[in-house]
Design a protein around this ligand. Structure first.
Ligand code: MSP
Length: 492
């Protein structure tokens, strides 16, 4: 029984987002693809745990709160709620939304740090160097341009203080081997190679505490210091599924099957995170998937740079499901994508209003006319159509399982295009001997399209199925077609 649960579980995570500001479509993109995959695997009957949340400690948040005249916790409460509201509006089906200010997280992290201290993985020393508050990361001089962090275009801080260090340098070989042997998979493969290349330089021990940052988890063995925000944050993946800090007692969903992020935080996840887990003798995640950036006029979209698009505005303009679609389909596997309002609108009109929306409306109008509102039974004999459906499902499943979500949408949309062309080629609106046969074929393809599209656009999928007179049951072959309104009104 236990084995069965383990075989069928799927634990998927997003990064936990900093709450010094509100969500933009970069955060939204990661969260939506996690949701698409969680819904896909739920449909495959896997036991899903989908974890997301907010990263609430550290200097960036402490400073932002100060400038807004709020306490850090007031800022956290306010902005984590806005992240949650955005995810609610987008129908994100997470199982837990972790906040690093949750008391059980703080307690469990304290336990883990105590354990590492006792085992000698942490020692006291002295840190001197640079720190980028935007990244919440120590920087070497070679990573800076004019003493600025090139990611945030911010001047870095010079830090000189007593600090505790984690023995990261011990883990270079073992991490390298785990990644090489694909015990920890990193995808796309270029990202894996990039980490292996980086590891060749060797690893230095890392400072994991700050003396002058008050907003953090105090070190259990030295209350004058707070834990480095990245160590605090990475543990969310364990505490978010109920871990209490004992390395020998792991939650049943551990390890993560898939951790999503963009390239900005890959090193933390591919090096510091595995090292922390290895030092605690906890199994590593199975796979890290790294997507590209949304850029605007070539520059990374980021709240620090101020060039952001809000998910709330997108939902207002395009609706919930179309926003989900536009975000997922804009980024191909691991690549950056330059976006703008006009590009989104064009995509919406071409692919959704004229493509899928038009197809549904044509088929349902024809269906009402031909069947006159009566039930029909659909069994397809046309071998070409059967093959199209079979091949499309095979490709779709393969792509979804490789996190090639926009490519999976391409498979669905090639069925949409095929059907729109079929309508024209066969002149299906003209009365003929074959009219009912064509209608049945088109309805059959459309039902499969709507099943495939469900993880991406759950409401649209239900609306299409309802116009086809279908329930959730895939097996009976009875349809009653009734057109009900426009799915995607054209936008000018
Ligand atoms: N708090 C850390 C993560 C800790 S995880 C243990 C953090 N937060 S963040 O708010 O900066 O979010 C970073 C993540 O948001 C990226 O890894 C990515 O998933 C998403 N994105 C933020 N900006 C993005 C783009 N411009 N484009 C695409 N996704 C981006 O880092």
């Amino acid at each position: 029984m236990k084995k069965n649960i383990l075989r069928s579980k799927f634990f998927i995570t997003t990064p936990i987002y900093y709450i010094n500001s509100v969500p933009h479509i970069g955060h939204t993109y990661t969260t939506v693809i996690a949701d698409v995959l969680a819904r896909y695997y739920r449909l495959k009957n896997k036991k899903i745990f989908f974890l997301t949340g907010t990263d609430e400690h550290g200097q960036k948040i402490e400073k932002t709160a100060e400038t807004l005249n709020l306490s850090p916790l007031q800022l956290c409460d306010r902005n984590s709620l806005i992240f949650k509201e955005a995810w609610d509006e987008l129908d994100i089906s997470f199982n837990n939304f972790i906040r690093t200010t949750d008391s059980h997280h703080i307690k469990a992290v304290g336990e883990a740090i105590k354990y590492l201290w006792r085992k000698g993985f942490i020692y006291k020393s002295y840190y001197e160097g640079f720190y980028c508050i935007g990244c919440e990361e120590y920087k070497t001089i070679s990573e800076l341009v004019d003493r600025k962090c090139p990611i945030h275009n911010l001047r870095v801080e010079k830090v000189k203080e007593e600090s505790y260090f984690f023995r990261l340098s011990q883990f270079k070989e073992i991490i390298k081997n785990k990644i090489k042997r694909e015990e920890l998979k990193i995808r796309p493969i270029e990202r894996k190679n990039e980490i292996l290349e980086f590891l060749k330089q060797g690893l230095q021990d890392v400072s994991i505490s700050r003396k002058n940052v008050k907003w953090g988890i105090p070190l259990p063995f030295d209350k004058k210091q707070t834990l480095y925000v990245w160590v605090d944050a990475l543990f969310n993946y364990l505490t978010g599924i109920g871990w209490k800090g004992n390395p020998k007692k792991l939650p049943k969903y551990w390890p993560p099957d898939l951790q999503l992020m963009s390239k900005d935080i890959l090193r933390m996840h591919a090096i510091l995170w595995p090292a922390l887990l290895l030092s605690l003798k906890i199994p590593l995640p199975k796979k890290l998937f790294v997507h590209g950036y949304f850029t605007i006029e070539g520059q990374k979209m980021s709240k620090t740079l101020g060039n952001v698009i809000s998910p709330f505005e997108m939902i207002k303009k395009f609706g919930k499901d179309a926003t989900r679609y536009l975000l997922v389909s804009s980024c191909s596997y691991g690549k950056d994508s330059d976006v703008s309002w006009s590009k989104f609108q064009e995509k919406y009109n071409t692919e959704l209003a004229n493509g899928l929306g038009n197809l549904v409306s044509r088929i349902c109008v024809l269906g009402e006319k031909v069947t006159k509102g009566k039930k029909i039974k659909i069994i397809i004999k046309n071998k070409n159509i059967q093959k199209l459906i079979k091949d499309s499902w095979r490709k779709y499943r393969l792509l979804m399982e490789e996190v090639k979500v926009s490519e999976a949408l391409d498979v669905i949309f090639s069925m949409v295009n095929f059907s729109n062309k079929y309508i024209v080629e066969k002149k299906v609106w003209e009365e003929s001997r074959d009219q009912l046969k064509y209608l049945k074929e088109l309805v059959f393809i459309l039902e499969n399209i709507s099943r495939m599209i469900e993880p991406f656009m759950p409401d649209i999928s239900q609306k299409i199925l309802s116009q086809l007179g279908r329930k959730n049951n895939f097996k009976d072959c009875i349809f009653r077609i009734k057109r009900k309104g426009v799915l995607f009104p054209r936008l000018n």
